[in-house]
Design a protein. Sequence first.
Lengths: 249, 249
Amino acid sequence: MTYAQPRDFEYQSAPHSAEPRFVPLPFLTSCEHTQRRLNKEMTVRHFEAGQTLQIRGRCHHRVHVILQGTATLSTSLPDGRTQILRLLMPRDLVGRLGSETTRYDVTAISDVTAGSMSRHEFESLLRISPEMTRRLLHSTLRELDEAREWLLLLGRKTAAEKLASFLLVLQNRSSIRHPSHIRLPLCQFEIADLLGLTHETVSRQLAHLRDQGIIEYRGTRQVEIRDLAALVSASGNHTDPHDMPYVMQ
Amino acid sequence: MTYAQPRDFEYQSAPHSAEPRFVPLPFLTSCEHTQRRLNKEMTVRHFEAGQTLQIRGRCHHRVHVILQGTATLSTSLPDGRTQILRLLMPRDLVGRLGSETTRYDVTAISDVTAGSMSRHEFESLLRISPEMTRRLLHSTLRELDEAREWLLLLGRKTAAEKLASFLLVLQNRSSIRHPSHIRLPLCQFEIADLLGLTHETVSRQLAHLRDQGIIEYRGTRQVEIRDLAALVSASGNHTDPHDMPYVMQ
DNA sequence: CGGAATCTTGATCAACTTCAAGCGTCGTGG
DNA sequence: CCACGACGCTTGAAGTTGATCAAGATTCCG
């Protein structure tokens, strides 16, 4: 369960201050020289909810690092069926590396603040910084694990298990002070596209979890987890991912 | 459609020669020094069909590069439902980087020949070779794209579309001389676990493609594509991934 | 030849989708 | 300030897809 990486990171700036020019991105490098060059090239941009950051098949010349807000990475079939592939949250990188055109749509689903720089510049920075390359490799491997967790969810879990799993992913990202309080960053339509369901099924399964007393509705797009153990059990997951029985070979 | 990368690579060795000691892996590096060290540490191993290369949750101290044969990367739920995450074919790397324990099962589904070396050694080679790191990053990004293509398939495609898409993936890997002749590397049970279906549904959908004249059965586990255009159309894919309408923003 | 594994086919069933309608909420403009 | 409309959410009824259950048929191999 790891859409989550950063529980602690959020871009800090005085709410109504002038546009900050420098964006510290210590998670991309610890090398001072590289960091300076990153800062020099990166500027802050804002995207409104609903706005498109990138469109499948197009060539985009800038990469972005999400600083605030949520976006979706998605793809779709010619007839309009769409699958959300990943939620993009603070610290996530948006932009295709090593290829001219994007394969996915990126859409802001809340107002988004991002650090933005030329893709060309970013790639040349990668070429000269092995450390940045290494960090990018590790974050890509983590993304791959998340994608694979989702393959299991989409291919083999029931609707009820999908919803429970989804809430647990959000729970892992939720604030440490209120671990059972969950703010849903997407509407039910989008949740459906993330879980491979219809929005009606999402509504019914959430209602069912509520009727079982496992969660409680708290105003719009907020839920409270009343029974975490039951939620975990409803998710169909292994309780502990490493509790496999040990058998000598 | 890109489980495929290498259409041309196959590990060459005299069939009954003594165990080769050196394994050339030019796709991991072009640096001669690194290549030499890779060769020095890597030894050839064989795995029989059905044998397990790695088990979820365990700590494995060796990494492997598939040279011949096919293996699956898979995961499962406590009650036994399993999802195949990826087919591992020649040139694919097996082994977890940056973490002690594996998250997935790796199983040979045919006899497999692999180059094998200590994970520790491999990781230290990565630390000193930025070029190898860069190559690994690019192959990881490609794996991520493949996983995401599969997310769309599992989340949004119908059973018929899944089978058609699967055959097209295999077609992309098939020999250049006989592009319409497809050898299935998995039994229908495994195809079902790859596509998120049951084996009965796989059998029925294949029969349906045959009845439509789109494919033809050719002995066990071999099919011939009779009508590629129809197969593409049945897969639900965009004909060209980059044919999106161009709309000015 | 015999037994296991794989594949096929049919009948029934359940989960989820589809279609349809109504309700609540929020934001905007009169 | 209220009315209206868009949007999101809920709920019901009916319909479909694919799963499940159950036999057979076929292939593979020792």
